[in-house]
Write a protein that binds this ligand. Structure first.
Ligand code: FES
Ligand code: FE2
Length: 399
């Protein structure tokens, strides 16, 4: 299934008619109180992408993930039967963190403090002198966090009873994701960075092409031409809280530098050899996951909030085979570097944008028609915050 077939794709005028054209409040892009509402209304109860099953290939494999906005350290474990579960990385005796390593493989998790020991399923297996606790072992299992896997990607949800499964949350996009190489990935190249920007300011940069000819005058040249000097997408699509766009195809792109061309050709040949084929697609998934498939590569870009004006970006290019030859390694490194170069151009502009917004003097933003995806994210966030406030009011103000 083509990723774009699952979105209702519209020409820009129609999309803008649908979503409106007025200015929007800048407050959600810097205000700490507002961030606290988004944290509770969205991030503490949405499916969040935190890893890939290729990181935990065998029973006992685990990864540790720090989720700062929830003050949580999570242990994501591949169980005996291949199942994937996430637990709080905290011993149920008195809370000591069980694991310091970022990843590894174990058959059990023993606490360094008094040696309570937990199985891969989180159950308390043994505890010295347990008779003196007057507690049942069954009540002392590791604290679980909801976990589901879709298209090889691991999603967690801090809501103990999510309203939707991850598949329901993504709707028809779920099937499209399963047909992308990420679902079959066995390896990836990763780049993680922190940026002084609100998570929406960060994500929004990748939701519009208006800045291309200013910020990416050199690297963005293939995406612009005399027929389309701004390199605007040709259509925009929406599917629930998720978005997409169709990038314009330049009929006469400028020549690519020879070294890059070599890498692109090599990458394409190797992808063909591996049987990797997939349609070009662009998934901007709520709340903060961006997946771009530009054959022969596919990369994900997560904008995980760390606070009101700080975000961790994580970029991963996924591969369906190990880098078992120099040419494969070269093609991958070059592809990753090319993405990194473009993002390095974006970063100072994103941070300058945040610095200018954070004192509230600029109280509203003007989104032009081709910034429609920013408007859609703004509205989705607004509606969730409003729903949360209504729920809280109905519950008598309890949080
Ligand atoms: S805190 Fe873990 S065994 Fe005591
Ligand atoms: Fe950019």
């Amino acid at each position: 299934m083509d990723g774009q077939q699952v979105f209702k794709m519209l020409p820009v005028e129609e999309a803008a008619e649908l979503l409106g054209r007025g200015p929007v409040s800048s407050l959600p892009y810097y205000d700490p109180d507002r961030w606290e509402l988004e944290r509770r209304a969205i991030f503490m109860r949405s499916w969040l992408h935190v890893g890939h099953i290729c990181e935990i290939p065998e029973p006992g494999s685990f990864i540790r993930r720090e989720i700062e906005f929830a003050r949580a350290s999570l242990l994501i474990v591949r169980g005996k039967h291949g199942d994937v579960q996430a637990f709080h990385n905290a011993c149920t005796h008195r809370g000591t963190q069980l694991v310091d390593e970022a990843s590894g493989k174990r058959s059990r998790f023993s606490c360094r403090y008094h040696m309570w020991t937990f199985g891969l399923d989180g159950a308390l297996v043994s505890a010295p002198d347990f008779e003196r606790f007057h507690a049942a072992k069954e009540d002392c299992s590791l604290k679980q966090v909801q976990t589901q896997v879709l298209a090889g990607m691991i999603f967690i949800n801090f809501d103990p009873a999510p309203k939707q499964s991850v598949r329901e949350f993504f709707g028809p996009i779920a099937d499209a994701l399963e047909q992308t190489p990420v679902a079959r990935a066995v390896d990836f190249t990763e780049w993680t960075y922190e940026i002084e920007a609100n998570w929406k300011t960060s994500f929004d940069n990748y939701q519009e092409n208006y800045h291309l000819r200013v910020i990416h005058a050199r690297t963005g040249r293939p995406a612009m031409g005399p027929e389309n000097p701004f390199g605007y997408p040709t259509s925009y699509g929406f599917c629930g809280p998720h978005r997409s766009q169709t990038l314009w195809k330049n009929p006469s792109p400028p020549p690519i530098p020879p070294i890059q061309l070599m890498s692109v050709r090599r990458g394409a040949a190797l992808a063909e050899k591996d049987g990797v084929s997939f349609p070009k697609s662009d998934f901007k998934l709520f709340p903060c996951l961006h997946i771009v498939a530009l054959p022969p590569n596919q990369f994900s870009h997560t904008h995980m909030p760390l606070g009101p004006t700080r975000t961790r970006g994580q970029i991963r290019m996924y591969w369906t085979s190990k880098a078992d030859s120099a040419s494969r390694q070269f093609a991958r490194e070059m592809a990753a570097m090319s993405v990194r170069d473009v993002l390095a151009e974006d970063r100072p502009a994103i941070e300058a944008c945040q610095r200018g917004v954070s004192n509230g003097a600029i109280d509203k933003f003007y989104f032009q028609d081709h910034e429609i995806l920013l408007r859609h994210l703004y509205e989705q966030v607004e509606s969730r915050v409003e729903a949360y406030l209504a729920e809280r009011a109905a519950a008598g103000g309890a949080q």
